[in-house]
Design a protein around this ligand. Structure first.
Ligand code: GUN
Ligand code: ZN
Length: 434
């Protein structure tokens, strides 16, 4: 058994649905016990110390332990287009994204990028992600191979796109079906990996391809589905033109059987009450991607409205339209989006979205999302004095809430001192001597 002593903060419930006393667990001097890759105990040091026995004790006093962060929307083949100047979504795809993704036809390029991508997630404290690959099967093989080697809980899929994309970046119904069946057979359920059927968005998929995607999901009920929905006004208009019979954008996906439990829709910036209601009724989830929505000028996601309709929401970085791998920093940006809507995001709600809320969005809350006994021991060790400014501001924080809030606003990768996957340390920050 391994034991970690430090401050521990995690969410047991959605703090907007109950009191903070019920939702938020904080142990100033806490102890986390890990056995066989799972949490064996988590609570105040004084209560759990008798159970230490011969456990190997790591002293993290002065650090904050939280569950690993969950990124519900990110693109692996877009690491090289992060921070690319230009216009909004459809132009950005043409100018920057499609050319970069074309390079992922090469297995060597994909393997190098996969290792970098996963290491970057771990450097930022992300222990689970729902990931878009490129259209090429080899990109997803490369990503799964690297995630398997790290024993990471990761879900990914090859992008389906059989129209409205440059040559070299399209598939067909036949090739994409064969690729998906092979990827599911080879990787879904292997270690902690899962497959997601991944129609890029309605514009890039024919009716026949969306229908095929729905059939694959019907045959594999425990496979995930990920796509983009109602991100940008031009995209919405073009979708309506391509699918004149659909009631709205959500109905395009719903009509092909793509809206169900384990379906995650990125953005949903321009969704309204009725669509949120239908999304919630069919148990779909939304990935809120604030840095991307700001960077591409897509708009301000109505988080409060989505939540009020009972929609499950997680946060996504959406790299490379998103501008950071850090989920903590993404929470700080989510707060700013809330401010522009005159609807401030509560710090505990923010941490919930990044952990247990994300796990619920992915239907994985029986396995990850907090540090309750029996869950997989995916956790991060945060250095609250990672920079002089953070040290000064956080040391002066009057309450836990204030400290957590300032952390999200100021955080970047420097705050992550260590990242553990299933109880194994997979990243440790190397600090310059002071
Ligand atoms: N819609 C379709 N493809 C993409 C993509 O790669 N990024 C974002 N942000 N939106 C999309
Ligand atoms: Zn995206």
């Amino acid at each position: 058994m391994q034991a970690y002593r430090g401050s521990i903060l995690h969410l047991l419930e959605d703090p907007t649905k109950t009191t903070n006393a019920e939702a938020v667990a904080f142990h100033e001097d806490g102890l986390l016990l890990v056995e066989g890759g799972r949490v064996a105990g988590c609570g105040p040091y004084a209560d759990l110390a008798p159970w230490l026995g011969g456990a190997e004790l790591t002293d993290l006093t002065g650090h904050l332990i939280t569950p690993g962060f969950i990124d519900t929307h990110i693109h692996f083949p877009q690491i090289d287009v992060i921070a690319a100047h230009g216009k909004q979504l459809l132009d950005w795809l043409e100018q920057h994204t499609f050319p970069a993704e074309a390079a992922f036809a090469d297995p060597k390029h994909a393997a190098d990028a996969a290792a970098f991508f996963l290491d970057e997630l771990l450097r930022n404290g992300t222990t689970t992600a729902l990931v878009f690959g490129s259209v090429h099967k080899v990109s997803v093989d490369a990503l799964f191979a690297e995630a398997y080697a790290r024993d990471m809980r990761l879900i990914a899929g090859k992008a389906l796109m059989d129209r409205n994309a440059p040559e070299g970046l399209t598939d067909t119904v036949e090739t994409s079906l064969a690729d998906m069946e092979a990827l599911i057979a080879d990787w879904h359920g292997k270690g902690r990996l899962g497959y997601a059927v991944t129609p890029r968005f309605a514009i890039s998929c024919s009716d026949a391809q969306l229908a095929m995607a729905g059939e694959v999901l019907a045959q594999h009920p425990d496979v995930w589905m990920q796509t983009h929905l109602a991100e940008n006004l031009h995209e919405i208009k073009e979708t309506a033109r391509l699918f004149p019979k659909a009631r709205d954008y959500l109905d395009v996906y719903d009509g092909f059987g793509l809206l169900r439990k384990r379906s995650v829709f990125a953005h949903c910036v321009h969704l309204k009450g009725d669509a949120f209601r239908r999304l919630a009724a069919k148990d779909g989830a939304v990935a809120f991607c604030p840095t991307s929505n700001l960077f591409l000028g897509s708009g301000l996601f109505p988080l409060e409205e989505a939540c009020s309709h009972g929609v499950k929401v997680g946060v996504g970085t959406d790299v490379g339209a998103g501008t950071t791998f850090s989920i903590l920093h993404t929470l700080g940006e989510a707060y700013k989006v809330g401010q522009l809507r005159d609807d401030a995001l509560d710090p505990f709600h923010a941490l919930y979205l990044a952990t247990l809320g994300g796990a619920r969005a992915l239907d994985l809350d029986d396995k990850i999302g907090n540090l309750s006994p029996g869950k997989e021991a995916d956790f991060v060790v945060l250095d609250l004095a990672a920079t002089p400014l953070m040290a000064r501001r956080l040391a002066g924080a009057k309450t836990l809430e204030d400290k957590l809030f300032a952390l999200t606003v100021l955080a970047d990768d420097r705050v992550v001192a260590g990242t553990y996957l299933a109880g194994v340390e997979r990243y440790r920050a190397v600090r310059a001597p002071t």
